[in-house]
Design a protein around this ligand. Structure first.
Ligand code: NAD
Length: 431
């Protein structure tokens, strides 16, 4: 059959197109069954919802929300909820696809999903944000649940958002169902160490990269006081990674948020930056630093660059300016497919998103397991289990890279797709 069976709505965002390009590269390298590839290139299910709320001034505004389930062969869907003005169906689908490969790569019994609302959360009052979250939860409640699909925080959402989602879902069922979301506050069934898990996992990966480069005879990264690191995005992922790196005694020379960045060639005092941000709601104007634009921060000649804000920040347009030796993808999809190839050809070591930022979903899984057993672990236990899973995943990816002589991005996708491929073939095609 040669007729075209799909519409092109999915490819509307660069993130989706890039994810498919990288999946195709992995499929070619590992000689993936073409039937499996065809199924993995599109999501299993997507829902678009209208989310009407009454604003504080009495007017009604209708927002657009999405939930996409990419693949649920390995278990319930898992993936964050994003509140951002540029959220759309295609980007949400691309992020859901990345979640599928991430959960599979780190060995979780979970599938890939993602959701979001096209909104600037900075413009909402607390009451409006609560109304939006609760109405969105109601609109998608038929496809989420502890055994179906479990949301978590992402850009623009946090533990409070998850508490409202959990409460709304529970009110509608008539009893408490904490397992419907992860990333909840500790008081209502959250896990110790979840808030820090993604940033912590990024730093574990950078430490593994340092050892790995030395083992393969490329001692480009020492992770000591002489090492310089810059971080693009100072939110739930970037700020935690910055603090962990500072505590290791390594220099964080620059950090930024959506408004711009701060730079100090001798290293920023991150606890003081965090205090400053708490007080002023921005890092702009931090005294022991000079201002730097986001574009210039990305181009700094540092040992490690951690893009931890949004997707598509390193593209064919600015890739030639990038001077970092190692790039740890804290964000999802920060480097486009062609820029990835360019950097890897220049010998830049990339720690790919599906590996690098997997700490969040790993501890989300721990939260889900603890909640189901009603038995909660110490933070030390959470962290040591996280370190073990991250370490196994890192080594799995480097082994695949050595076997196929491919880039780290392709290797990470092969690791994720391989397990999924076997599971899909075993389950077969229904009907
Ligand atoms: P967040 O909302 O807490 O922080 C985002 C940060 O990026 C903020 O400092 C914001 O000001 C900055 N930012 C936003 N747009 C920017 C732009 N155009 N230029 C520069 N900076 C910009 O979000 P987060 O949870 O830290 O997520 C960041 C990235 O990490 C996203 O790609 C997300 O999907 C990914 N991620 C998050 C988690 C998690 O557990 N939170 C897990 C895995 C992956």
């Amino acid at each position: 059959m040669t007729e075209e069976t799909r519409t092109d709505i999915w490819h509307a965002s660069p993130l989706y197109s890039n994810s498919v390009t990288q999946l195709e590269e992995a499929a070619k390298t590992m000689r993936l069954d073409p039937n499996i590839l065809q199924r993995l290139k599109y999501p299993k299910r997507a829902i678009i919802v209208s989310v009407p709320i009454r604003l504080d001034d009495g007017s009604i505004k209708v927002f657009e929300g999405y939930r996409v389930q990419h693949n649920m062969t390995l278990g319930p869907g898992k993936g964050g909820i994003r509140f951002h003005p540029e959220v759309n169906l295609s980007e949400t689908a691309g992020l859901a696809m990345l979640m599928t490969f991430k959960c599979s790569l780190v060995g979780l019994p979970l599938g890939g999903a993602k959701g979001g609302i096209r909104v600037d959360p900075g413009l909402l009052s607390r009451q409006e944000a609560q109304a939006l979250t609760r109405r969105y939860t109601t609109e998608i409640n038929m496809i989420i649940g502890p055994d179906r699909d479990i949301p978590a925080p992402d850009i623009g959402t946090d533990a409070q958002t998850m508490a409202w989602m959990m409460d709304t879902f529970s009110q509608e069922k008539g009893f408490a169902i904490p397992g419907v979301v992860t990333g909840k506050p500790i008081e209502i069934g959250g896990s110790l160490g979840r808030a820090e898990s993604t940033g912590r996992g990024v730093v574990y990966c950078v430490q593994h990269a340092a050892k790995h480069l030395q083992n393969i005879g490329k001692p480009t990264l020492k992770m000591d006081q002489s090492t310089t690191i810059s971080i693009h995005g100072f939110g739930k992922v970037g700020a935690v990674a910055a603090l962990e790196i500072f505590q290791l005694g390594t220099k964080v020379v620059a950090v930024s948020d959506v408004h711009g960045g701060i730079y100090n060639k001798n290293g920023l005092n991150i606890p003081k930056v965090l205090e400053f941000m708490d007080k002023h709601r921005t890092i702009k104007g931090f005294p022991e630093s000079e201002p730097i634009s986001n574009e210039d921060l990305l181009a700094l000649p540092v040992d490690v660059l951690i893009p931890a804000a949004i997707d598509g920040v390193i593209t064919s347009k600015n890739v030639a300016k990038i001077k970092a030796k190692v790039i740890a993808e804290g964000a999802n999809g920060p480097i486009t497919a062609d820029a990835t190839t360019d950097l890897e050809n220049r010998g830049v070591f990339i720690i790919p998103d599906v590996l690098c930022n997997a700490g969040g979903v790993i501890v989300s899984y721990f939260e889900w397991v603890q909640g189901m057993q009603n038995f909660f672990w110490s933070e030390q236990e959470v962290n040591s289990k996280l370190a073990e899973v991250m370490s196994n995943a890192f080594h799995k990816v480097t082994q695949i890279q050595a076997k196929y002589k491919c880039g780290m991005k392709t290797a990470a996708l092969i690791a994720g797709v391989d397990r999924l491929n076997r599971a899909m073939l075993l389950r077969g095609l229904f009907p």
